[in-house]
Ligand binder design. Structure first.
Ligand SMILES: [Zn+2]
Ligand SMILES: [Zn+2]
Length: 639
């Protein structure tokens, strides 16, 4: 049973298909379900849909809605279903879809006007109920999501109960487009992606680097308060390390990827090219394994996001896809007593994972990223407390950033599966620990059976930004597996060896993704502490330039990122420039201000704040930065 809104959206996909068949009778239909934000339908058609086609199709849909066709359900036998599908020339995909319906389950068609579609329902009763819909875009989509199958054309649309809701949604989409971090990233000079460096690899330009560094400082401060130790580890590790960690044999056992032994690698390298020629060597390796890799991905044996790039392989080393093994080796480098636990090792660790180029997206889907990573080694009894620590960190950081609208998901075992490492009693404890910790957060949380990893339960975070979009951030993950694989131990109070439990945590995911989300969340209007340029001094004319220089020195000395606009432009042009750069504070310096030792403050948050003595302004901005204040707390302007 669908909700009323889902019924509207799903009925729209029937009407969409009806319209497409009127205009393109040769189109072959696949499926058209509702989505979280609308609906789509997949078509196989030699003609490539254009934006103009979308307009025509939408107009036809409006006509069909006005025709007020009734949706009629028709239950049929399997044989009759085959007949109907054939008589309509839709056997290419629909027969397969019919096969998906298990024996003994009802087979139904829904008819509206001249159109008929294999469908379980449910729908609105009449097409006249469809009053507010819009076709949005065309995208390629593989039949059954499988790259090996034909790519179909997917038409996306959205629909609501009324025109007001539709307009509201479309306005929100426009707003989202305006604050797209890729666009803002360029305008505010925050980051750059260069084809010559590689897709999905972020170059942090000076402004973006400030943003990232400020965030890292903030998170590091909080981690220090919580008793974390900072570590640094290299970007590569031996293949054998990942074999021990299981990341390797695990893939191997699931038939992926016959990644070469070092000696095989040498063989491949020497087969096709001179050993000295590094590029050719890598190419030989790449082509050899890329074929294998793509095949595995195509057959859905492994998900693309878990695939490591074969080009990462170099003489028995690989770029690290995760930091855990390195941190484990630091933990294991010394004996530990129960009194040392928990050991908390933190690193902003850069890792590399292969993503399909089609899935790359600015900073939010990349191939190299820096996790706000940490690994906690603790006793069973410390799990709850450690998870609570992780969650309270998340709460502090998100609250400071004004992101109070978020929820957590607790990923638990699938009760019907036995793929999990570790004994059931421990799992129960760890799952309870996650649940209890989640409860203390005071935000909504859901339990999701089957979402745990095979090595332990997890918690992840989904935040809602100011325009209502949800972003998945990072996770906190309990792990029973790696301590076994690396044979980690500590000496307990009983003088016996015990196995520690590991917790992986990267609550914000990666600095790249988190900054991308923040850019959109703030629409580039960062709070003063995060803003790459915090204060712009704007002399009205060159007469107050020297005064500006004096204030600039004082600001810089106080640790404020200030810039003096020394150009000879008109005041309006200077203000406009600062406006475009989204500098949080502009200080306008006229003759009167210079004489009085004052500044005329204009802030992005509050607009014109009047003239204040510079001696009052300076401590105020310093305090705003130090306290990582969100909104400007202006004192009453002195006149
Ligand atoms: Zn339907
Ligand atoms: Zn880890």
């Amino acid at each position: 049973m669908m909700s009323p809104l889902e019924e509207i959206r799903h009925s729209c996909s029937h009407v969409l298909a009806t319209a497409v068949l009127r205009l393109f009778p040769e189109a072959k239909l696949d499926i058209g379900p509702p989505t979280d934000t609308g609906f789509y339908y997949d078509f196989d058609l030699d003609h490539k849909f254009t934006p103009e086609d979308l307009e025509k199709i939408e107009a036809e849909m409006t006509k069909i809605a006005k025709e007020n066709q009734a949706f009629r359900r028709k239950e049929v036998s399997r044989e009759e279903a085959v007949e109907i599908i054939k008589s309509r020339g839709q056997e290419r995909y629909k027969l397969g879809r019919l096969d998906d319906i298990p024996e003994g389950e009802a087979i139904s068609f829904y008819e509206n006007g001249e159109f008929m579609d294999l469908c379980a329902g449910t729908h609105v009763r009449y097409t006249a109920k469809l009053k507010a819909f819009k076709l949005l875009s065309i995208a390629g989509a593989y039949h059954r999501g499988d790259e090996k199958n034909k790519q179909l054309q997917r038409i996306y649309g959205t629909a609501f109960e009324n025109k007001e809701q539709l307009a509201e949604y479309l306005a929100r989409m426009e707003a989202a487009k305006a604050r797209d971090h890729r666009k803002l990233g360029k305008e505010l000079k925050l980051f750059h992606i260069d084809e010559d460096v590689g897709q999905g690899l972020i170059l942090w330009t000076p402004n973006g680097a400030i943003l990232r560094q400020e965030l890292q400082n903030f998170i590091s401060e909080e981690l220090r308060k919580q008793g974390y130790s900072q570590v640094f580890t290299p970007h590569i590790g031996k293949l054998s390390l990942y074999k021990t960690s299981g990341h390797f044999p695990y893939y191997k056992e699931s038939q992926f990827p016959a990644i070469p032994e070092p000696d095989q690698l040498a063989e491949i390298a020497s087969a096709g090219c001179s050993c000295a020629d590094m590029t050719a060597r890598l190419e030989a390796v790449t082509s050899h394994f890329a074929a294998n890799l793509n095949e595995r991905v195509g057959r859905e044996m492994i998900s693309p996001d878990r695939v490591m790039d074969p080009t990462q392989l170099l003489d028995g080393f690989m770029l690290k896809p995760m930091n855990c093994p390195h941190h484990i080796k630091i933990f294991a480098s010394q004996p530990h007593s129960y009194r040392d636990l928990p050991v908390r090792l933190a690193e902003f660790g850069t890792v590399y994972r292969w993503e399909q180029s089609g899935e790359l997206n600015g900073m939010t889907r990349v191939r190299g990223f820096t996790q706000d990573d940490a690994h906690l080694f603790c006793t069973e009894d410390q799990i709850t407390q450690e998870i609570q620590g992780c969650l309270s960190l998340v709460k502090t950081v998100l609250t400071t950033l004004g992101m109070s609208d978020y929820r957590v998901r607790v990923g638990l075992r699938d009760p019907d599966s036995n793929k999990y490492t570790g004994d059931a009693a421990n799992w129960d404890k760890a799952e309870n620990a996650c649940r209890e910790a989640a409860k203390t957060l005071g935000v909504p949380f859901t339990e999701e059976p089957g979402e745990a990893a095979f090595y332990g339960p997890k918690i992840d975070f989904v935040i809602k930004d100011v325009i209502g979009r949800e972003w998945q951030l990072g996770t906190v993950q309990v792990d029973y597996n790696l301590p076994i694989r690396f044979d980690l131990s500590y000496i307990g109070a009983d003088n016996e060896k015990h196995r520690p439990v590991m917790i992986h945590r990267a609550p914000f995911g990666s600095m790249e993704r988190f900054c991308g989300v923040l850019i959109e969340h703030f629409n580039g209007d960062f709070p003063v502490w995060l803003a790459p340029e915090q204060v712009r001094l704007v002399p009205v004319s060159e007469k107050t330039l020297d005064y500006g220089k004096e204030l600039l020195r004082q600001l810089l000395d106080a640790g404020v990122r200030a810039v003096l606009d020394e150009d000879n432009d008109k005041l309006g042009a200077k203000l406009r420039r600062a406006e475009l750069a989204k500098v949080p504070h502009m200080l306008i310096l006229g003759a009167k201000e210079a004489e009085a030792g004052a500044v005329s403050v204009r802030s992005r948050a509050k607009g014109d704040e009047g003239t204040v003595p510079f001696a009052d302004y300076l401590p105020r901005v310093v305090n705003e930065i130090k306290t990582r204040a969100l909104a400007v707390k202006a004192e009453k302007p002195a006149t």
